[in-house]
Design a binder for this molecule. Structure first.
Ligand code: BTN
Length: 278
């Protein structure tokens, strides 16, 4: 990578090799700044990187969200991390994002027992109706997936762009303070390794139940990206979203969904944060 960004020798006060040892992963690369940790890891994967190779950046200049959106990644305010998952070529593409979501949920619950995080299919981690984290999984073929996770840690409401102030949250805003990025990374990687090293072909029943227990769309009216409106009925063993439309359950495997809000509950959540922030 001549002329490219230079990896840091140490991150959060420890040599990067020490983080790799503590986290039980083969290789960690940390950077002060990258365009996108996902793009960087993709290049490492093409050069033959092992499963659970990890890339972290203190900030990203072109952080990517789902559907071509930008992911704001201010310096030191969150965990911007990518890791490589390798499984059988026939692991359903809908499954890995759900397993990563579960890993993020387990991380938050372990570090902040008072938090009630939820998964909003397919890739959002929400707390009290606000998005605290996002997941971007990019398949490279033959069962190799670049997994990117962004978790907001220490932003205040003033740190978010105007369009996000009503919808975004950080761990700190949710009352979970003074948790270091290295602890969040360690818990996330440990949960991810126990769930996806390698990923299963399908969710077994206990895992599916754990997902359902955190499924914030269940029972709500949702609208899919292609305009189908129905009632969310949980998540299938392959990670598909189940939506009941006119008495028939459809399996949604692509695109995003939007909850058709009752309006009042969403406004009440926003007010709560505005009060806390003042
Ligand atoms: C989303 O909610 O739309 C997904 C957001 C994913 C953001 C993370 S931050 C680390 C990794 N690198 C990227 O460029 N994106 C992901």
């Amino acid at each position: 990578m001549n002329g490219g960004p230079r990896p840091l020798g140490s991150w959060e006060g420890e040599p990067v090799e020490e983080w790799a040892r503590r986290w039980g992963v083969p290789h960690v690369e940390a950077y002060e700044e990258l365009p996108s940790t996902n793009d960087h890891l993709r290049a490492l994967a093409r050069a033959g990187a092992s499963p659970f190779t990890v890339v972290i950046a203190d900030s990203q200049t072109a952080g990517k969200g789902r559907a071509g959106k930008r992911w704001a990644s201010p310096r030191g305010k969150g965990l911007w991390i990518s890791f490589l998952v390798k499984g059988d070529a026939d692991v359903p593409p809908t499954l890995v994002p759900i397993l990563v979501g579960l890993a993020a949920i387990r991380t938050l619950e372990r570090l902040c027992p008072s938090l009630r995080p939820g998964i909003k299919w397919p890739n959002d981690i929400e707390v009290e109706g606000r998005k605290l984290g996002g997941i971007l999984c990019e398949g490279m073929g033959a069962g190799t997936v670049v997994v990117g996770v962004g978790l907001n840690l220490s932003q205040g409401i003033e740190d978010f762009d105007p369009g996000l102030k009503e919808r975004a949250a950080s761990m700190e805003m949710a009352g979970c303070r003074d948790v270091s990025r290295s602890r969040v990374a360690g818990e996330l990687l440990s949960a991810a390794r126990s769930l996806m090293n390698p990923p299963p072909a399908l969710l077994d029943e206990p895992l599916r139940q754990e997902v359902l227990d955190h499924d914030i769309l269940k029972g709500r009216t949702v609208r899919t990206e292609v305009g189908v409106v129905g009632t969310a009925r949980g998540i299938a063993a392959d990670g598909a979203l189940l939506v009941e439309v006119d008495g028939r359950v459809e399996e949604i495997r692509a695109g995003g969904v939007r909850a058709v809000e009752s309006g009042e509950s969403a406004r009440a959540e926003s007010r709560k944060y505005r009060k806390r922030a003042t």
